[in-house]
Write a protein that binds this ligand. Structure first.
Ligand code: GRF
Length: 203
């Protein structure tokens, strides 16, 4: 399966996907990395792995629609089977999501449906949670609310700050995203009628 990864920052999740994908038995290859930030740290990581990258800087376009149109044209050229948002900090329009319905995955640093949106770790701490974690889900029109593919939890430890918790969650993000991508690439999980349907996971 052909996978395009979208990043806006350091790209540690992109790197974990790309590292997993080089394994011979992995059912997907990362064919390109797309970013909306020309200075995204992940661009160098992708280039070091020989993965083609392209930047679409929002301020270079007159509107959100024009910005997305350029990205969509690049996607039509790349023809990915799966799009992985990985630290991509821009909301996709419903037109974009419709065009690639059921093919877009995202990783969110909370145990959805708890804490959609930003500052998830501080909010978990403020709520007195004893567990935190991350979620890989199919992307739908709503923000951080598509069908869930996989989740991983970590303990919250007394004295945790948003930073120490974020670091602990990031380590399990790097494990759960490659697992989730494998399941989707193998067709063991797919989005059907707005739900994540699993097939024969035991095999
Ligand atoms: C991660 O916490 C991820 O969950 C969120 O963006 C953060 C940075 O990710 N979506 P990365 O290092 O750029 O992959």
């Amino acid at each position: 399966k052909r996978v395009v990864v979208f990043i806006s920052g350091g790209g540690s999740n992109m790197l974990s996907l790309a590292t997993a994908a080089v394994e011979p038995d992995f059912p997907a290859e990362i064919i390109a990395v797309i970013t909306d930030k020309a200075d995204a740290g992940g661009l160098a990581k992708a280039a070091a792995l020989g993965i083609p990258t392209s930047s679409f800087v929002r301020k270079d376009f007159t509107s959100k629609e024009a910005h997305e149109a350029a990205i969509l044209a690049e996607l039509d050229r790349l023809a990915p089977d799966i799009i992985c948002l990985a630290g991509y900090m821009r909301l996709l329009s419903s037109a974009f999501i419709q065009r690639h319905r059921g093919r877009i995955l995202n990783i969110h640093p909370s145990l959805l449906p708890l804490f959609p949106g930003l500052h998830t770790h501080q909010r978990a701490l403020d709520a007195g949670m004893k567990l935190a974690g991350c979620t890989v889900h199919f992307v739908t029109e709503g923000m951080d609310d598509g069908p869930i593919v996989a989740q991983a939890a970590v303990p919250i430890i007394a004295g945790d700050t948003a930073e120490t918790l974020a670091a602990r969650v990031l380590t399990v993000e790097h494990k759960i995203y490659p697992l989730a991508l494998r399941l989707v690439a193998e067709g063991k999980v797919e989005m059907k009628d707005g739900r994540a349907v699993s097939y024969a996971l035991g095999e």
